[in-house]
Design a protein around this ligand. Structure first.
Ligand code: FES
Ligand SMILES: [Fe+2]
Length: 343
């Protein structure tokens, strides 16, 4: 699937910035092939509008915010409010006589320390992450970085229980365990699915042992993995020592082969137990292992064909459900799946 060619994907929420990114003014973002500009007014109101001035096409993100928090084009000073309406043309005798001049305005929200944007009327709510409101949990913002991959590629990988043994053989995986003991049973819900799986993982090196407070050797991860259609997931991991490490990963589609990978986690320990730097460093190695493999893949996600038939492994099940659900979503809205290569 090529996300920029599926209009229905505009009708979902995507994180685009950490909240702190807006502390020093407006910021540009490329979302689903569109340039947008996002900012926060002095009174806290958030704004997201098209990043293109209707006068002579300057990028509004290169302008500045006036004292009321409206965005002034840096070229000739046309000024736009949070909804995208032009509220001032300084060269006019009556500068506020702007008529119907406007650029597109988008929905914008702040949740989990991040700024989320929907280009169209959202079909689903923002992902619900219970740990965000659970006593005893802290949030650690881990990653905000652009990868040269398609968003579906990252999502499918997030639910692929066969990849850790190979991709993560340098951290927690082992090729001696090509699959978890039991296959995930996928439970579908209106906005995605969940599955639960237990797997044995290695704890190797002081970094991992310190980040988990588990001695080197092997341990068990109990994982509840939730997919929030189309490109976000929650991975709730519980370790035998009671540590809960819940990872939220979003693959925000910038272009078909450009994705902003945004990851934050919630943990039921404290900074004194394990520092923020340790929490980030622990997952950094794991995420880099995924990145190395995924950036080498095609941005589209073709299925293997063997002897003229699609070939699936039992562990492909969550990814196949994801594809079916996305196909159903497209069909329900009169779209067909766009592909870079024939499937
Ligand atoms: S291009 Fe923006 S005001 Fe002229
Ligand atoms: Fe992985």
């Amino acid at each position: 699937m090529l996300p920029t060619r599926q209009p229905i994907l505009r009708r979902f929420w995507y994180p685009v910035f950490r909240a702190s990114h807006l502390d020093d003014g407006q910021k540009p973002f490329r979302l689903l092939g569109e340039d947008i500009v996002v900012w926060r007014k002095p009174d806290g109101t958030l704004a997201a509008i098209a990043d293109r001035c209707p006068h002579r096409s300057a990028k509004l993100s290169l302008g500045y915010l006036d004292e009321t928090g409206s965005l002034v084009c840096g070229y000739h000073g046309w000024t736009f409010d949070c909804s995208g309406k032009c509220v001032r043309i300084p060269q006019r005798e009556n500068p506020t006589a702007t008529g119907k001049i406007a650029v597109d305005g988008y929905r914008v929200a702040e949740r989990y320390g991040h700024i989320w944007v929907a280009l169209g009327e959202p079909l689903t709510p923002l992902p619900e992450i219970p740990e965000a409101n659970e006593a005893g949990f802290r949030r650690v913002d881990q990653f905000y970085e652009e990868w040269k991959i398609g968003a579906l590629r990252l999502m499918e990988n997030s639910f692929d229980v066969a990849h850790p043994a190979f991709v993560h053989r340098g951290t927690f995986g082992s090729t001696s365990r090509p699959l978890p003991e039991q296959m995930p049973i996928v439970t579908e819900h209106a906005n995605g699915f969940d599955y639960y799986v237990e797997s044995e993982v290695d704890v190797r090196g002081d970094d991992s042992a310190d980040a988990l407070k588990i001695a080197e050797g092997t341990t068990t991860r109990k994982r509840t993995n939730t997919w929030f259609m189309p490109f976000a997931r929650r991975l709730g991991i519980t370790y035998p020592n009671g540590l809960r490490h819940t990872i939220v990963t979003a693959a925000t589609p910038m272009e078909d082969a450009r994705t902003m990978v945004i990851q934050f986690c919630f943990r039921n320990d404290t900074e004194a137990d394990v520092s923020t730097e340790q929490v980030i460093a622990f997952d950094r190695k794991i995420v880099d292992e995924d990145k190395l493999v995924l950036e080498g893949c095609s941005p589209d996600v073709p299925l293997a064909v063997v002897d003229g038939e699609e070939f699936h492994m039992p562990s492909d099940k969550p990814g196949l459900v994801m594809r079916r659900r996305l196909r159903e979503l497209l069909e329900a809205h009169g779209e067909t799946e766009s592909r870079a290569v024939p499937a």
